[in-house]
Design a protein around this ligand. Structure first.
Ligand SMILES: [Mg+2]
Length: 263
């Protein structure tokens, strides 16, 4: 089967037909089973952006700053529209967000505005300070806490980079009540911004195997989920259906899907 993008990928995967709570319960049961059997330690692998954390508010705040900045002053009509941006209109990328707001990106003025906004956004989105605007998804920390209490090793595996986002990431994990900064918790950031996310995540496989046995991974990016499922075919792989890029991925059967950490 050829690689597919976004909705087409979702439609081509044959996800297990479980509800959010059924999937989450099954992960907890998988951890319990491994603890009871006394074999390798159970490991839970968790992506951060758009998996445990809603990052739309981060982008929304940056766009608000762009609207108020001199950078946007030449794009009055776009600026007026973006100033009325609703949280539900914020997409994966600014291109998605502009399109979702009904702005025609074929229009030269809109295109220039998008270029300006993207430049402004990229200088801020991947930095410690702006992590303050993220929201942990409701129920996410309770789910991870319970997994931890059941005995799981918790590995946060993220494309965020240590120099730009390490400090803010640690601060938020603690502030949001995720198990962190104690035994059995791990944070795998990229050493530098330039490293490729997918490569970074694939390389984490050795780290996971050194620690124990993977019960489940959680990801919102289809290519990352597919890569992890290729590396750990025996584990559960949970697609967080929030927002995702338009990078193509191979549809596969057997994935789990959640839309959040509550019913
Ligand atoms: Mg993500």
């Amino acid at each position: 089967m050829p690689q597919k993008i976004r909705k087409e990928w979702i439609q081509s995967c044959e996800f297990h037909p479980h509800t959010n709570l059924e999937v989450l319960r099954q992960v907890h049961q998988g951890i319990e089973k491994k603890v009871t059997s006394g074999g390798a330690l159970p490991v839970l692998l968790l992506d951060l952006d758009s998996t445990l954390y809603e990052v739309g508010p981060r982008s929304g705040h940056i766009l608000k700053e762009w609207v108020d900045s001199k950078e946007s002053q030449n794009f009055k009509s776009v600026r007026d529209r973006v100033s009325k941006l609703k949280p539900s209109e914020i997409g994966y990328s600014l291109l998605d967000t502009f399109t979702g707001m009904g702005l025609s990106v074929g229009d030269p003025e809109v295109e220039s505005a998008l270029h300006s906004a993207n430049h402004f956004w990229a200088a801020r989105f991947f930095t410690n300070d702006y992590l303050d605007y993220d929201h942990a998804y409701p129920g996410a920390s309770d789910f991870v806490k319970k997994a931890y209490e059941l005995g799981a090793e918790i590995i946060y595996l993220t494309g965020r980079d240590e120099p730009g986002m390490g400090k803010g990431t640690r601060k938020r994990l603690i502030a949001d009540g995720f198990p962190f900064d104690s035994e059995r918790t791990h944070l795998l950031l990229k050493r530098s911004f330039e490293l490729d996310d997918l490569e970074h995540k694939s390389k984490a496989a050795d780290y996971v195997r050194d620690i124990g046995s993977l019960v489940a991974s959680f990801e919102n990016e289809p290519p990352n989920l597919v890569a992890l499922s290729d590396l750990f075919p025996e584990s559960m792989h949970v697609f967080m259906d929030s927002v995702y890029s338009d990078r193509p991925a191979l549809p596969k059967p057997g994935f789990y899907r959640i839309t959040g950490f509550t019913a």
